[in-house]
Design a protein around this ligand. Structure first.
Ligand code: COI
Length: 331
């Protein structure tokens, strides 16, 4: 059995080598991501392990299939970058890693919220300028707030527990109700109810056709004045222009965004200076003390990276050996 793994970073390599040695399976690690320029490297392999940073377009998937590879294992959760029609047309078997570390993303999300509420970015900036005064940067307390969790999959539930640990009141919205949360009576029936009640909105939904730019002008208008927005999920969930308007008007008190609508090619890149970052809307957000931009790093822990690599390789091996895998995604 031969597996090719695309987009392997240096921090992933030791986990890949560990797996390959333990399993006695040859894994070719390629630094470049899977795209039209690299797809032919897969010729002769039985399966490909990839991760989301670029779209897996119909053209790429058609070529991959023409090269004889239809076992595709993503090392991440989200599958919104995969062309569903090309998957079905070519008979691809696709797996993801649904739970490499929900806690990693949940802990980061709450960390960012606490930084916003306690104004630590402002105090850090003032301190660097020799200003050690308190006012006017008086903080807010999470324990007296209502947090609205949008989507209660593994990550949403992990975040929810941490919010509850801080003493916050938590409400949740999801079309699928988790039985445990249902028992706790946390669900509201509509997003509008969540918008009306929440002081903090914590987004944990995958990107779908139906929720594209769900936080738009109309949604912000339904929220409490001074709401805090957290998006560690997918950039497409938030209409960036609408968010900027809501920040300007004070409707939104602040936001922590680990994802951004146009992040591909920008996040995880060193541009050398702030000015060289090639996206004016992103820089508009980055300049604000009450907006925390992080370059899609909520997932980026040692535990998560190890699990992403090794679970994805296990999935790919299962697909190659049996034509099925536990974490198969239905398109
Ligand atoms: C995911 O697992 O879907 C993430 O957002 C992590 C990223 C490496 C693509």
């Amino acid at each position: 059995m031969k597996i090719i793994a695309y987009g392997i970073r240096d921090d992933e390599r030791p986990y890949l080598e560990q797996w390959s040695q333990a399993q006695g399976i040859d894994v070719k690690a390629v630094g470049d991501l899977l795209d039209e320029t690299t797809v032919d490297l897969a010729k002769g392999y039985d399966g490909a392990v990839v991760y989301q940073q670029k779209p897996y377009t119909a053209a790429v998937l058609d070529k991959l299939a023409a090269n004889g590879i239809t076992n595709l294992s993503l090392r991440n959760v989200g599958v919104d970058n995969v062309d569903a029609d090309a998957v079905k047309r070519n008979g691809f078997k696709v797996t993801n890693v649904p739970a490499y570390s929900p806690a990693a993303i949940a802990e980061f999300t709450v960390t960012e919220l606490m930084r916003l509420l306690r104004r630590t970015p402002t105090f850090d900036r003032k301190q660097a300028q020799g200003d050690l005064r308190w006012a006017p940067d008086i903080a807010d307390e999470l324990n007296s707030m209502t947090v609205g969790v949008v989507a209660t999959g593994r990550i949403g539930r992990a975040a929810l527990k941490i919010y509850q640990g801080f003493g916050a009141k938590v409400i949740a919205y999801d079309v699928f109700h988790n039985p445990e949360l249902e028992k706790q009576g946390l669900y509201v029936d509509t997003l509008d109810e969540l918008y009306a009640q929440a002081d903090v909105i914590s987004l944990h939904a995958p990107a779908t056709k139906d929720n594209h730019n769900m936080l738009n002008d109309a949604a912000f208008a339904k929220m409490k004045d001074g709401v805090w927005i957290l998006n560690p999920a997918r950039g497409a969930l938030v209409d960036t222009d609408a968010l900027i308007r809501a920040l300007d008007s004070g409707k939104v008190a602040g936001a922590a965004l680990d994802v951004y609508e146009n992040e591909v090619g920008i996040f995880n890149t060193d541009f050398g200076s702030f000015d060289a970052v090639p996206d004016e809307r992103l820089k508009n957000l980055m300049r604000r003390d009450n907006v925390l931009i992080s370059p899609h790093i909520a997932f980026y822990t040692k535990t998560a990276v190890k699990n992403m690599v090794q679970y994805a390789l296990n999935n790919n091996k299962q697909l190659i050996e049996t034509g099925q895998a536990e974490n198969e995604v239905q398109f």
